[in-house]
Design a protein around this ligand. Structure first.
Ligand SMILES: [Zn+2]
Length: 97
């Protein structure tokens, strides 16, 4: 019967289209996910991660002149202090310029 042959051909075509569609969708999906992965990892700074430097980086308190690791320093107005008290003292003594 020619009728059954037509049905088989239609089935093959149907599956062929589905496979192509799936492959196309998978490729699109893979591309979009790889794009996300590529965009994620690095910040734009280009800075060295703080772990490597903070161990050695010493900063000075502008009020009392004590040296302390940057990670423990108190940062205010772009200056470093040993604590919030000295930050307030140093800023009030230097005045607003
Ligand atoms: Zn201090």
């Amino acid at each position: 019967m020619s009728c059954s042959e037509e049905v088989t051909l239609g089935k093959i075509l149907f599956w062929f289209i589905i496979i192509v569609a799936v492959l196309f969708g998978a490729r699109l999906l893979a591309r979009s996910t790889s794009k996300v992965e590529r965009a994620a990892p690095l910040p734009k700074d280009g800075k060295v991660p703080p772990d490597m430097h903070s161990a050695e980086a010493m900063v000075r308190c502008h009020q009392c002149g004590i040296h302390l690791p940057r990670s423990e320093a108190y940062l205010s107005n772009g200056k470093t202090w040993c604590g919030p008290e000295h930050a307030r003292l140093g800023q009030s003594s230097s005045g607003s310029s």
